[in-house]
Write a protein that binds this ligand. Structure first.
Ligand SMILES: Cc1cc2nc3c(=O)[nH]c(=O)nc-3n(C[C@H](O)[C@H](O)[C@H](O)COP(=O)(O)OP(=O)(O)OC[C@H]3O[C@@H](n4cnc5c(N)ncnc54)[C@H](O)[C@@H]3O)c2cc1C
Ligand code: FES
Length: 361
């Protein structure tokens, strides 16, 4: 325990916290999905960080000798200051989700960092909210709904969810209990594999008709979508068809298709001569020219620098590094806050050098 990072700063922080959390309890929600209640390392007292509903935390594990980072949305409400809940679906071949769901037990410590993310809603952004999710994409939506209900938020909440079988409806009891307490919570759940069950709700995938029927004046409302890639694409297509302006729609993709990290020296790019700007990794004392369109993270992997990463699409912030000199462009920089920018922090997975650069890695 002596090598653990400092814990529980006097005032809770709202970003860039890193440390260890203790598993206080584990609940099986549906087949293959469990919620993990995470407590401060000491086991009691307030959490060392606060968050906005919809945010996630990054967790890191050492599995089979490799360090792996993943993001998980917080499913509990920020009004609960003594814990956060993560709800994790076991992916059949997933490296980290299987480790979490199959092996973790009460009392285990989890290395974590955060909170992170801009896929948030605390009731100040709009007068009503439409939350559309599928599968385990329900987690940020439940956090938002719990929070708004606990705060007696006066706006309408339209909660639209797609599950495979009725038994896969995560938080079914919780959603029903919230509905009892909140007359402004309108719920529509559709099951895509309800054959042979007594499911009384809608069946099949989310349709334009179900959406229009559940949400009056849809075009005037703020809409959040979260789930796997196919569901996100289909839902966005429906919203486009219904004429919803894209700037009213916020989304968070859980199953990002991302390029696999390249092992050191194995990429095709590594075999062609690089002609781009020189990148120096100061801690490793290594420099190389970058290939056209290559990110600082990709070059670092060729050189076996070991910059940690997770989403590779600019949202999780795991690949943050300090740039000591030079200039980069970043297509996405969602996980950088104002302090990061002032301090020269860049996202290696997004950074394309505009000039010769030196990074602290
Ligand atoms: C912002 C954000 C929030 C998230 N919140 C949540 C959350 O609240 N709950 C949650 O459960 N997840 C959440 N996720 C997803 C989570 O981060 C992980 O991506 C997920 O748990 C899968 O990780 P893994 O290591 O188990 O799978 P990986 O090993 O990364 O595999 C990814 C996918 O590929 C498949 N796969 C792996 N190996 C193979 C193979 N050899 N052949 C074919 N397919 C293969 C796996 O089944 C899996 O579906 C979130 C993601 C993001 C970006
Ligand atoms: S790896 Fe997630 S922001 Fe770069």
């Amino acid at each position: 325990m002596s090598n653990l990072p400092p814990q529980n700063a006097v005032s809770p922080v709202t970003a860039n916290w890193r440390g260890y959390l203790r598993i206080g309890s584990i609940v099986t929600e549906t087949p293959g999905v469990k919620s993990f209640r995470l407590l401060p390392l000491s086991g009691d007292g307030p959490m060392p960080f606060t968050f906005v509903p919809g945010q996630f935390i990054n967790v890191a594990f050492s599995i089979g000798g490799a360090r792996m980072n993943r993001s998980y949305s917080i499913s509990s409400s920020p009004t609960q200051r003594d814990y956060v809940d993560l709800t994790v679906k076991r992916e059949p071949r997933g490296a980290v989700s299987r480790h979490i769901v199959d092996l973790l037990k009460v009392g285990d410590l989890i290395e974590a960092g955060g909170p992170v993310g801009k896929f948030t809603f605390d009731g100040t952004e709009a007068e009503s909210i439409v939350l559309i999710s599928a599968g385990v994409g329900i987690t940020p939506m439940v956090s938002i709904t719990r929070y708004l209900t606990e705060r007696s938020w006066p706006g309408d909440i339209f909660f639209i969810y797609t599950c495979r079988t009725p038994a896969d409806f995560i938080f079914a009891d919780e959603v029903a209990a919230l509905q009892q307490r909140n007359p402004r919570l309108h719920v529509a759940v559709t099951s895509t594999k309800a054959e042979g069950t007594d499911w009384k709700g809608p069946r099949g995938r989310l349709t334009k008709e179900l959406l229009a029927q559940t949400v009056p004046d849809l075009a005037s409302r703020r809409i959040h979508i979260c789930g796997p890639p196919t569901m996100m694409e289909a839902t966005k297509a429906i919203l486009t068809e219904l004429g919803i302006p894209p700037d009213q729609v916020k989304s968070e993709l859980f199953g990002a298709t991302k390029p696999s990290p390249a092992a050191a020296g194995t990429t095709a790019k590594a075999t062609a001569a690089a002609t781009g700007s020189l990148v120096t990794f100061s801690k490793n004392n290594k420099s190389a020219k970058i290939h056209d369109g290559q990110t600082v993270l990709e070059l670092s992997e060729e050189l076996a620098i070991g910059i940690e990463n997770s989403c590779r699409v600019g949202t999780c912030g795991v690949c943050k590094v300090k740039m000591i000199s030079g200039e980069v462009t970043m297509a996405v920089e969602d996980s950088l806050d104002a302090d990061d920018k002032t301090n020269g922090i860049i996202l290696a997975c997004q950074a394309i050098p505009k000039s010769e650069i030196t990074v602290e890695a």
